[in-house]
Design a protein around this ligand. Sequence first.
Ligand SMILES: O=C(O)CCC(=O)C(=O)O
Ligand SMILES: [Fe+2]
Length: 310
Amino acid sequence: MTNVVKNVNVEYQIDQDNFAATVQTKRKPCVLKGMDIGECRSKWTVEYLSDNCGPHDCVVHVSETSQMDFINKNYLYRKLPFREVVKRASVTKHTEYFINPKEFYYFRSLGENVRTEASNITEQFPQFKDDIKIPQFFPQESFFSSVFRISSAGMQLWTHYDVMDNLLIQINGRKRVTLFPPSDALYLYLHGDKSMVTDIDRPDLTKFPNFIKAKRYECVLEAGDILFIPALWFHNVIALEFGIAVNVFWKNLKPELYDKKDPYGNKDLIPAARSMDILNRALKVLDELPEEYRDFYARKMVAKIQEKSY
Ligand SMILES: O=C(O)CCC(=O)C(=O)O
Ligand SMILES: [Fe+2]
């Protein structure tokens, strides 16, 4: 038994009007090919990035195994200068290392103040900002963050969702992206914004029997491709080669709906977080009943929610 697999749609050389009309409104992921992403395509070699970056330290995930696992926390956070992150991620055997010579690296840039500010590469990496052209598919005032993503060959990032529309610009290296629609959330065994099914290619079906029901959308991004990831679509990423990407999140809904304290772009929207909170309180109230009653009313609540969402 396997999941139903679909290919992600592809569009070529799409412009702003077509993006809005044929891609964004469909609320489905789409690979955009043949886009002008600027000189970074040819310029961003390991040498260029490491020679031109400032001295600042970055926090990077370091892992002994390529599949990062947020449940067993099989990775460390370590500080390294940006130049060192790029150099180490680009090779598979290291002379200097934290765990062992074959460790894997994953870097996601953060804001100036990591707790309160979102990443903006224009501010954190001004020397590289003119190299990359971000398609103007959204109004300037909706911009939320731009994030560097650098990964060792083989590195796999867990399945998660973000709450904003997203353009993932693959600058170097190939990457497999697997996506699941928000409507299949029930089959993904969520823990916050992440799926507990850590191995999507060999899922433990005794633990996660319904995972098989999730529709799986696949694509392989080549250098220069852009993937549109609509808000709430789950995504799991494997770097098939050492890769450099930049992703851009923007607020596709009214700004007041978003949590003001959200450096990562993954905090649930305010009404969603409030509803979840109310639900948790309701479940606590149910605990006042004996099991037989609690179970009965929990089922009535599920029926009510199902009626509303399907
Ligand atoms: O490409 C990656 O490394 C992760 C991308 C991602 O999670 C995102 O753009 O939201
Ligand atoms: Fe993401």
